[in-house]
Unconditional design. Sequence first.
Lengths: 237, 405
Amino acid sequence: MTDAFIVLEKVCKSYSRGGETLHVLDEFNLSIPESDFVALMGPSGSGKTTILNLVGGLDSCDSGLVRVAGAPVSTMSRRELPAWRSRHVGFVFQSFNLLPVLTAHENVMLPLQLTPLSGPERRKQADFALDIVGLSDRASHRPAQLSGGEEQRVAIARAIATDPDVIIADEPTGDLDRNSADGVLEILSRLNSELGKTVLMVTHDPLAASKAQRLLELDKGVLIEDRQIEDQQREGA
Amino acid sequence: MRFPFRLALRHLLDKKIRNGLTVAAISVAVFLLCFLIAIVQGLEASVRSASATRLVTQSAVSLFVSLPISYQHKIDSVDGVYLSTKFRWFGAYYQDQENFFAQFAVDPNRFLDMYTKDIEIIEGPGGITGPDARAAVQKAFDSDRRAAIIGTGLRDDERYGFRIGDTVPLIPLLYPRADGGAWDFVIVGYYRPLKDRIPDTTMYFRADYLNEAFESGEAYGDIAAGVYYVNTLENAPVEQVAQEIDEMFANGPQRTKTITEAAFASFFISAMGNLPLFLGTIGGAVLFSIFFSVVNTMMISGRQRIQEAGILQALGFRPITSTMLLIYEGLLISLIGGGCGIVLAVTTERPIMQMLGQSIRNYQITPDLVLLAVAISSILGIVAGLAAGLPFLRYRPTEALRSFE
């Protein structure tokens, strides 16, 4: 289990809401190998997003261990986590979360400011990331001038700009129409298959989930299904 | 780690109207602050630069009651007194009542001796300049009782344009002539102030010109001195000299009150109430109101940026980056506004100086005042940015990402 790329061992996580404690994960275990594309499904409140947040270092668990690419994320301090995130994780959100005052190119450049790259190198890297998602011609547009699908592609370009090990996507197609959703899923599949990125995606959409290599289904913090998706199924989806 | 300056600039430009209005408000406030401080400094400068060895002997009843001319030689005889001169407000105008400037009747030679360190005669009759100018002026004073010297401001002012050799008719407000006409004065020299508190728009002439005219019936007025300016000897006990002068006239026709020149200057300021305190209070109020306005702008900006703080944290920026962004923006807004206010204050310095005229002689936007305005603007921006940005330090990324404005 410890050889896996992403490991969650006996993870407990609870939230306090209105004086009530809500146990979302209780001694939860999960292991994901490197370069896997995993879809997490389940009803609201089943713990999908909590798992993403714990793996991405956006939240901390009450107990247990979270390890990503050998790094003990669950024991890192609040000072260490941002630097670790900037090097190892790329986030894609349902509502895109682009900064509206910046152009597409500037949004992609933003995480690159945390790298030791020079100005020209950062620009080149941002150009490359936009090229991967097929939006080089929209680089100077602001988010408000882009369609939903284009915004999400820019968000993906931003997520991969620093060449992270893991891409964490929280319902990346939730706000998109079918065509745009297919485009986004296609890019995530390519990032996984061609660049070897480990993708962890939460979705409510079975069609989106069928693009993954592995499907995990959760209910009330318990893994109720864990199965590999056959290539044939993926191609047919 | 590099700081996302571009993001801060984009935020500034994105809310043009809101930030523009804040910049405009800061500009006006900083201008007002510079204006008020310059006025207070102008008022205080006249007190600060007053001579420590000079006394003013006035009537104990009121400044507006003149002292007898017989007092002068008695004052001169007091131990520690070096020299005295009569100093009498004349109060007349040139051609039109709008053209009013200060005129004082003095003992010219004593006055020039007394004011060696305060004014410099730069030109006398016949175009004589340099060290000989003063002697030429003194000679002219001796030979013509209508002789007068004027400051360079009166020479340069287009309304007057007085030149050496000109006969200047002044229409009296206090001391009418029997023939109902004007008093004639002959300009014999120009002086240049060597100290800030001395205006360059004053005329000094012979006191005996007045007194002789009153005595002969050519004009109506009392033969008197106004007040006496008294220079003490160096190292003389100034307070003791003042006390001796007043004791000497305790039973005289006019009791006197002798005070230092600085106290005399303060008297004019206090006659307007505690003006420095009043202006300082207004300045403070302006500063506080603009401070709250900037804090409000930055707080609104901060509230709209909680989600952005979450995004930045998810990308790997530390929480303090969002705080620093707001401080940077607050600083930029304040410095741009403060800069505009300073430019406004500097460019309006001369017109305001002319408008204030004699009332506040030393209105100046000094480099120190500019630095103070820059410092105040900077502090304003930093504090406002801090007030708006500090909450970001306690947000966890997931909390910030969940928030929507």
